[in-house]
Design a protein around this ligand. Structure first.
Ligand code: X2X
Length: 342
């Protein structure tokens, strides 16, 4: 199946299951008990990704605890549109919830990409201390100013690695001129330009076909996405650069959220935040198991020393440029959890 028909097929599948989920709410005998609050939640990931699996569990728990009053309907796999479309939809209220990384959200809330500064976090201990701590709170406040509400717990996307169909990336010089797909995000584009690559912004739903048709030769994503997005079908090499960590904010439209009575808000938030914590553990487990699985699909792995990449970014003025853009207050909150950049 070519990528267009594959995606169309997957979308139809997703749409069919969403219809089925909607239909099951209006059960034959209990028609009168149709949900009082139907909330549409969209995301861009495959149905097999832990984020979708844990969100489904949360939706079930929410239905149960609210006696069916709140029905969180999930629209996975980018079936509601591209990342940038969905961001507009959650702002307008066409959808009620969206999970999106700081990466694309930063087109609207610039500071939300600050965790994506190259080689900022050493490990997950630093990541969750920052995102569950003052840095996360700072970003949530910025998000609240654009008509969105962010749940407390960020879901994991992961540390990002570079895949390519032409050669492994071992040194910064291997990036020179590399045609690499990046999400629609000024920070990502800036970073890969600083490393002399040739980045193109492409929404996630178009990334697979862009690689397949060789519009680009490379992309970068966490292992769980390389697997569930089936990038191993169109990429040969995986270089474990871990150059960026990014997660998914669970974003709500502020008006829809405000329409929910406080007791229902509390139930929804409780289950979504608990699901985020479980999803973090799932992704952590995948990080250790997926290398073997992706090798079995034919991918070839290498693990570069990241120091030369960081030095190249430093030398290009990348860190100075973004420190100025974000401002001292935000930068100090980042450096509270990471090593210093200067
Ligand atoms: O678009 C991507 O690469 C993804 C799925 O990782 C994000 O949402 C940033």
């Amino acid at each position: 199946m070519n990528s267009y028909s594959r995606r169309a097929f997957m979308r139809t599948l997703g749409a069919a299951s969403a219809v089925a989920a909607g239909a099951s709410v209006v059960a034959p005998i209990a028609r009168a008990q149709a949900a009082q609050y139907k909330l549409k939640y969209a995301h861009n990931l495959a149905i097999s990704h832990p984020l979708n699996i844990r969100a489904k569990e949360a939706a079930d728990a929410i239905r149960k605890e609210t006696n069916g009053r709140v029905d969180l309907q999930i629209f996975p796999n980018g079936q509601m549109g591209t990342d940038t479309d969905m961001l507009s939809q959650v702002r307008s209220g066409a959808i009620d919830f969206l999970t999106q990384g700081g990466v694309v959200l930063s087109t609207l809330v610039p500071v939300s990409a600050i965790n994506g500064i190259g080689f900022a976090f050493k490990d997950y201990n630093q990541v969750w201390a920052a995102m569950d701590g003052d840095l996360g709170a700072h970003i949530r406040t910025a998000i609240s100013k654009v008509g969105l509400v962010a749940m407390d717990k960020v879901w994991d996307n992961g540390f990002r690695h570079i895949t390519s169909s032409i050669k492994p990336v071992q040194m910064p010089t291997d990036l020179k001129g590399l045609k690499i797909r990046v999400p629609v995000s000024p920070l990502w584009t800036s970073m890969f330009k600083a490393l002399d690559a040739s980045p193109t912004s492409i929404n996630f739903s178009e990334a697979y076909s862009a690689l397949q048709t060789k519009v680009v030769d490379a992309e970068e994503n966490p292992l769980a996405l390389i697997d569930t997005g089936r990038f191993y079908e169109v990429q040969k090499y995986c270089s474990l650069t871990g150059h960026i960590w990014d997660g998914f904010w669970f974003l709500g439209n502020a008006r829809s959220w405000g329409n929910l009575p406080p007791d229902l808000q509390a139930i929804v938030a409780k289950h979504l935040n608990a699901a985020a914590i479980r999803e973090r553990a799932d992704v952590a487990a995948l990080n250790t198991s997926l290398e073997t699985q992706l090798k079995a699909h034919g991918m070839v792995f290498n693990k570069p020393d990241t120091q030369p990449f960081r030095a190249a970014l430093q030398k290009s003025g990348f860190y100075d440029q973004w420190r100025k853009k974000y401002g001292d207050e935000s930068w100090a909150l980042l450096e509270k959890y990471t090593q210093k950049f200067a």
